[in-house]
Design a protein around this ligand. Structure first.
Ligand SMILES: [Fe+2]
Ligand SMILES: [Fe+2]
Length: 283
């Protein structure tokens, strides 16, 4: 049953998310016995989890996601394939926020509180997509699920400033890119008269602005940098880069609402993918 399970600490909650193989357990909210959100206090010992437990049905495998083309979305099956990919992205986000809270207990209390708040919103996004999948007669685990977000963990761990690298990966690359993708697919679903799926994308888009804002605000604090763009360029771990922080429809307004500087927005807008001959790609 939802919401019955409560936790004594953030660590206990995060371990529950990462070590429970089933979807429902990963979506139990971070609540203490009094029903309030757990505090940020930490036992202070870093815990590194290499991979999340995942039941066979929702197991993740090496690979990246290829989405159906927008013109194929007239077919409800193609829309379900998209929603399933998005649901898995959200579930990986839940897991990675839990991963970071365990890995970096030394993070400032305000940042830990913010990350836990975002984690709970990501749990809501999983539910939103899974409910929509069920409406379409589908569900999570119908197709192979990628481990793309988890592929970034070794790069974060190799960083000399893990919290900064995490904020660059999660908030300022993957979530920044979703500012664009969420609107692209919102409008595509709407064109095919799937208003409920469009509404889900829109809700995720609005929350994502807050998630990017949290990452941008804290990145300069944990790096003592004056400019967000400098801190990002220095701390985003390979193989990610600003070229992955956007979709093909570039939404400036959402980035401004998230508090990104004009320099950072320009930097991302003009970023090009690594080329095979690019020396920085062979770090
Ligand atoms: Fe999300
Ligand atoms: Fe998010």
């Amino acid at each position: 049953m939802r919401g019955v399970h409560t936790f004594e600490s953030v660590e206990e909650f995060c371990l529950h998310v990462l070590e429970s193989p089933d979807l429902e357990s990963k979506l139990v909210p971070p609540r203490g016995p009094d029903g309030g959100r757990l505090g940020e206090a930490s036992t202070g010992k870093p815990i590194f989890i290499d991979r999340p437990a995942r039941a066979d049905l929702i197991q993740i495998r090496n690979g990246s996601d290829k989405l159906p083309h927008l013109h194929e979305l007239e077919d409800p099956h193609a829309r379900a394939v998209c929603l399933e990919r998005f649901a898995n992205h959200e579930l990986m986000a839940v897991e990675l926020f839990a991963w970071a809270l365990l890995a970096y207990p030394e993070m400032p209390a305000g940042l830990r509180r913010g990350l836990l708040h975002v984690l709970e919103e990501e749990q809501g996004h999983v539910r939103l997509y899974v409910d929509r999948l069920n409406d379409l007669g589908s569900g999570l685990g119908q197709n192979q699920l990628s481990d793309y977000f988890w592929q970034q963990v070794p790069g974060i761990r190799a960083s000399t400033n893990g919290p900064a690298a995490f904020l660059c990966v999660m908030g300022l690359t993957l979530e920044q890119a979703n500012l664009d993708f969420s609107l692209l697919y919102r409008d595509a679903f709407r064109r095919h008269e799937d208003e409920l799926s469009a509404a889900a994308m829109h809700e995720v888009h609005l929350d994502e602005i807050g998630h990017v804002r949290l990452a941008a605000r804290w990145l300069t604090k944990v790096t003592n940098a004056e400019r967000d763009v400098d801190a990002y360029a220095e701390h985003v771990p390979y193989p990610l880069s600003a070229a992955r922080a956007k979709g093909r429809r570039f939404d400036v307004a959402a980035r401004r609402r998230a508090g990104l500087s004009e320099d950072f927005i320009d930097y991302v807008r003009h970023a090009r993918p690594y080329r095979k001959t690019d020396p920085s790609a062979t770090r």
